[in-house]
Design a binder for this molecule. Structure first.
Ligand code: DGL
Length: 255
């Protein structure tokens, strides 16, 4: 029987529960892995924080996940990826990090001709990393929309508030855009609500490709766990019971 290494979990984190949209794509193709999900509710939203603050917050989470015996860490937050991934990779050179980013390259590869709306946090849209991506794959028909406050509303789950926000902030793109890049891991949770406002648009989400990439990396490194039982642990930085309940509820629904 294959002997399991002590460092055998996949660590995954976000500022809140948005990273579920990444975790669910990963579980689809890696059902036998064991996971530990970290939600930083104490410090969210990350979208309006400075680079230094985000690096510090991510550093603390990574320390926690390393202590919990993670073999790989998935940064399931676009804001954290754009501001802290390089820093974390340098600081923890022994650890493998897989980082989500807005799926703007997918637009370039599959729907280059079509007008595109990129929705993301202010932090992601202003980041150097995202601007390099934009420069490289620019289709010159792209609107950038920093959705200040949208991730918080999704985190709080108030449907009326979300609807009101979308009417006020994206309704004027109706008929103008055909592609929507979901550049924050919270946004795939409100695809239906976005469709209600924008009508039939094509969504671009980086999570399915990230999951495939993660699987390739684990295979390459001989780190795949094919005899585990898909256990999922949840940790919230405030130890909020209701966060945990919400997390597992959404995870079940979305799976
Ligand atoms: N879910 C996060 C992202 O992908 C950030 C939300 C926030 O805390 O502002 O950017």
């Amino acid at each position: 029987m294959k002997k399991l290494d002590k460092r055998n979990k996949i660590g995954i984190f976000d500022s809140g529960i948005g990273g579920i949209t990444v975790l669910k794509e990963i579980i689809k193709i890696l059902p036998n892995e064991d996971y530990i999900y970290y939600s930083d509710s104490k410090n969210n939203p990350y979208g309006d924080r400075t680079d230094e603050e985000i690096k510090q917050l991510c550093d603390n989470i990574v320390k926690y996940l390393i202590n919990k015996n993670c073999k790989v860490i998935v940064i399931a937050c676009n804001t954290a990826s754009s501001k802290a991934a390089d820093f974390l990779r340098k600081k923890y050179s022994e650890m493998t990090f897989i980082a989500i980013e807005p799926a703007y390259k997918m637009v370039h590869d599959y729907a280059y001709e079509k007008p595109t709306l990129v929705m993301a946090t202010k932090g992601t849209i202003e980041s150097e990393k995202f601007n390099l991506l934009l420069k490289k794959y620019d289709n010159h028909k792209t609107y950038l929309l920093p959705c200040v406050g949208l991730a918080d509303r999704i985190e709080n789950g108030d449907k009326e508030e979300i609807k009101k926000y979308l009417i006020e902030n994206i309704a004027n793109y109706k008929g103008k855009v055909e592609n929507v890049v979901l550049g924050c891991t919270h946004y795939p949770l409100i695809i239906e609500e976005i469709k209600e406002i924008l009508g039939q648009v094509e969504f671009f989400n980086g999570a399915p490709n990230l999951a495939k990439h993660l699987k390739d990396i684990l295979e390459e490194k001989g780190l795949l766990n094919d005899i585990g039982n898909g256990k999922i642990e949840f940790k919230d930085s405030q130890n909020l019971k209701e966060k945990e309940e919400k997390f597992f509820k959404i995870l079940e629904e979305k799976l």
